[in-house]
Design a protein around this ligand. Structure first.
Ligand SMILES: [Zn+2]
Length: 463
C-alpha cells in the first residue's frame, strides 16, 4: 500500500535521479541543459490532462526555442515520466551568455497564459542551476507564491483543482483551434483537388475549360480564395458555440459566402452548390465534434437528417429562381439536384462517393497516377447515380440518362486500366456542352468528409 512516506520517498529519489541524469548529460556534452517540468502542487505529480498539457507545452517550447536561436539536437532530447511527473531536458547550443539563456527561457513561462504551471530550468555545463532571482507568482491570487505558501492561503486540493481545470479548459480550447484549422485545410484541399483534376467530363480544369465559355481555372482559384475566409470563420464559430446553427443562420452564412464568390468571379456561379454542401457537412461535423461523438457515416447522416425536412418542405422553392429549382419544378420525378440530396442526407456522398474513395485507397499523398485514378473513379461513381440538375438544365432528361450510362461504361473500363473510354467521355461532354457541376460538388464534399474521418484529431476525445 502507498503511504505518504513511501510516496514522498519515491518523489525524492526520482528528483535526485533526474538531477543526476541532467548533470551527466551536461558534462558529456559540455553544454548547458534546459529542462521543463510541470509545477503540480502536492502529490502525486500527476493530474487529469497533465500528459496532454505537458506535451502540448513542450511542442510550443520547441517552436519558441527555435525562434530564439536556442539550438537543440533532436537525438539528445529526453522526455519521460516518473514520480516527479512529466519531464523534459536537452543540452543546448546558444550563442549568448547563460544568464541570457535563463532570461529568454523565462520569457516562455511569462508569455504563456498557463506558464505558471511549468518550470523551465537552466543548468550550466558545470551542473550549476542558474537563477534569475525572480519570485514565482501564485496560480490563484497573483501574489508571490512563497508568501501564499507561508500563509497557507490555499489548500493543496484547491491548488490542484484550480490547475487541473485550467489545463483541461486550455486543452479544449487548443483542440477547437486545431480542429477549425483542419476543417479549413481540408475544405481548401478538397475544392482544389476537384478543380485541379484533369481530364474531367465537361468541367473546368487547369488544362481546359470543359464545356464552359464563361469561366476558366483562374475563376475557380478566385472563387475558392473568396470562399475560404467565409468557411473558416464558419468552422471556428460553429465549434465555439453552445448550440447548432439553425437553418436560417446557415442560409445567412451561405448568402454571405455566395456574395463573396460572385463579387470575386464577376457574377459567375462556380461554387454555389459547393457552398451549400460544405455548410451542411461542416454543420453536421461540428455538431458531432461539439458533442464529442465520432464522425462515422451514420452519425453525420443522423445530423443531416435533423434538418433534412426543411429542404423538401421549403415553401420558398417556388419563388427562388435558380437553375436547380427550375429543374426541380419541371422534372419532379427525377428527384434531381442538390436540394434533394440534402433532403435525404446526402445519399450520393455516403453510398457512392465515400465508399469509392475508401475502395480506391485514396489519400492526399498518393503518387499522381493512383491519386487521379481514385478521383476519376469516385467522380464517375457519383455521376452514374446523380440526377445532376446541371446536366438536366443543359441537356434534358435524355442527356442525363446517356451521361449516367457513359459514366458507368468509363468506370468499368477504368477499373480494367483502360483510360481511353474515360477520355472519350470527357471529349463527348465538352462537344455536347454538358458539365456535371453537381457531381463535381459532391466529389469535393466527399473528399472533405473522407479526410475528416481519417484524421485522429477528430476522434472522440478522452482526458
Ligand atoms: Zn495565492
Amino acid at each position: 500500500m502507498l503511504t505518504k512516506n513511501s510516496v514522498l520517498n519515491d518523489l525524492l529519489v526520482a528528483k535526485e535521479q533526474l538531477v543526476e541524469q541532467k548533470l551527466l548529460c551536461a558534462r558529456e556534452n559540455h553544454k548547458p541543459i534546459v529542462s521543463l517540468t510541470l509545477n503540480i502542487p502536492g502529490w502525486p505529480k500527476d493530474l487529469a490532462g497533465a500528459d496532454a498539457f505537458f506535451h502540448k507545452m513542450l511542442s510550443g517550447f520547441y517552436v519558441f526555442a527555435k525562434a530564439q536561436r536556442i539550438f537543440m539536437d533532436e537525438c539528445q532530447l529526453r522526455t519521460g515520466k516518473s514520480a516527479v511527473g512529466n519531464y523534459f531536458y536537452a543540452p543546448v547550443d546558444f550563442a549568448e551568455s547563460i544568464e541570457n539563456l535563463k532570461r529568454i527561457t523565462e520569457q516562455f513561462e511569462h508569455q504563456h497564459a498557463l506558464g505558471r504551471f511549468i518550470d523551465v530550468d537552466v543548468m550550466s555545463a558545470n551542473g550549476d542551476y542558474i537563477s534569475s532571482g525572480k519570485q514565482k507568482q501564485c496560480f490563484i491570487c497573483d501574489e508571490p507564491a512563497n508568501d501564499c505558501r507561508r500563509l497557507q492561503q490555499h489548500s493543496v486540493e484547491q491548488l490542484r483543482g484550480f490547475m487541473q481545470n485550467k489545463m483541461l479548459d486550455w486543452l479544449k480550447m487548443q483542440q477547437k483551434i486545431t480542429r477549425a484549422k483542419l476543417l479549413s485545410e481540408y475544405t481548401l484541399f478538397a475544392l482544389l483537388a476537384e478543380a485541379s483534376l484533369f481530364p474531367k467530363p465537361g468541367l473546368v480544369s487547369p488544362v481546359d475549360c470543359g464545356a464552359h465559355t464563361d469561366m476558366d481555372y483562374n475563376t475557380f482559384l478566385v472563387s475558392i480564395s473568396r470562399l475560404m475566409p467565409e468557411l473558416s470563420a464558419f468552422y471556428t464559430s460553429a465549434l465555439s458555440r453552445g448550440e447548432p446553427f439553425s437553418v436560417a443562420q446557415l442560409r445567412e452564412l451561405g448568402v454571405r459566402a455566395e456574395n463573396a464568390m460572385f463579387e470575386g468571379t464577376q457574377q459567375i456561379n462556380t461554387h454555389k452548390g459547393a457552398i451549400f454542401l460544405f455548410l451542411l457537412a461542416g454543420s453536421a461535423i461540428t455538431n458531432l465534434l461539439r458533442q464529442n461523438l465520432s464522425l462515422s457515416d451514420e452519425n453525420i447522416r443522423n445530423e443531416l437528417f435533423k434538418i433534412a425536412d426543411y429542404f423538401t418542405n421549403d415553401p420558398a422553392i417556388a419563388k427562388d429562381v435558380t437553375n436547380g429549382n427550375a429543374v426541380l419544378r419541371n422534372f419532379p420525378m427525377q428527384k434531381a439536384g442538390i436540394r434533394n440530396e440534402a433532403a435525404s442526407a446526402l445519399p450520393t456522398v455516403f453510398k457512392y462517393g465515400l465508399p469509392e474513395l475508401r475502395k480506391s485507397g485514396y489519400h492526399q499523398n498518393l503518387p499522381v497516377g493512383k491519386r487521379n485514378r481514385a478521383l476519376f473513379r469516385t467522380l464517375l461513381t457519383i455521376m452514374q447515380v446523380n440526377s445532376d440538375s446541371n446536366v438536366i438544365h443543359r441537356g434534358g432528361i435524355g442527356k442525363l440518362e446517356t451521361v449516367q450510362q457513359k459514366a458507368a461504361y468509363s468506370y468499368n473500363a477504368l477499373i480494367n486500366n483502360q483510360m481511353s473510354p474515360y477520355e472519350a467521355f470527357c471529349t463527348w461532354c465538352k462537344n455536347e456542352n454538358i458539365s456535371p457541376g453537381g457531381s463535381a460538388d459532391l466529389l469535393s464534399v466527399s473528399i472533405f468528409i473522407y479526410l475528416c474521418q481519417q484524421n485522429t484529431n477528430f476522434s472522440v476525445y478522452e482526458l
